[in-house]
Design a protein around this ligand. Sequence first.
Ligand code: PBG
Length: 330
Amino acid sequence: MSNNLITPDFRFRRLRRTSALRELVRETHLRMSDFILPIFVEEGITEPVAIKSMPDVYRYPESQLADVVTRAWNKGIRAVLLFGVSTHKDEVGSDTWAQDGLLARIIRTAKNAQPEMLVISDNCFCEYTTHGHCGVIHEVYDHKHDVDNDATLINLQKQVVIAAQAGVDMIAPSGMMDGMISAIRQALDDAGFTHIPVMSYSTKFASAFYGPFRDAVDSSFKGTRNTYQMDFSNPREALAESMQDEAEGADILMVKPGTAYLDILAHIRANSARPLAIYHVSGEYAMIKAGAAAGVIDEKAIVLETMTAFKRAGADLIITYYAENLADWI
Ligand code: PBG
């Protein structure tokens, strides 16, 4: 053996010569079981509504949800993430814990359509509150208002039990309340749902990349979520947020958004043995679509490269509006 760790004239190109060789030594692979498809369901509409900023993404009427889930299943998608867009909004988002509220109904509809499909619910309040915040609002000081963490947790506990009773396979709380995983775990366990896992939006940044999502859910929301979602300048805090949720019992951790946060993802990967998800969010989707429409990028190639980057950086699961396209591409 030579003293040199690297042979000076080593030729990396030897293993790049043919497609079969490149495939043989490829370190990262995409499979359909990596992907989770988000689905938006709106109350009170009868036809799908196109989302302007997100070409090919729709808000579907409840009457079409079964067909949408079946179409996804037939394409090879095995997990969906359900978002309800409510017309029964109030100050606290009480429809989310109504026995026959939108959240409970869409879970039941999706499960009935494809009992084997993994049905995940986005558990939040912002699409169910008149003010569009992710929880209960209270006055803090000087007539300023903010989301009341602990009052929101109590409502979240009611919401997740209703979701579990409706047959959900996994709970995905996205509101970034402190203590949300402990509160959810306790509520599920007390109600007999010890077997239902929780995928926490554990490191979720306050991000301009969510812009088109607001369009998608027709959000009445004005303002920012800076008092509960994370400051994107803080990598140490980003790790601590996910470690805290792991300690509270989260089964799967998540980083959101995706592309601009690969450093965060890799850091959490190095510090946790839990499965990790990444959310390729609305703005990332919209930017690729806009670039493709302008003829300046190759959509399929960009998407495959982006998804591979997520896995390479440590993601086990990818939530993406491109899931159905990926079924055609991989
Ligand atoms: C709400 C929620 C948001 C997203 C998922 N759940 C938006 C937000 O926090 O403002 C973003 C999804 C996307 O942009 O694709 N808690």
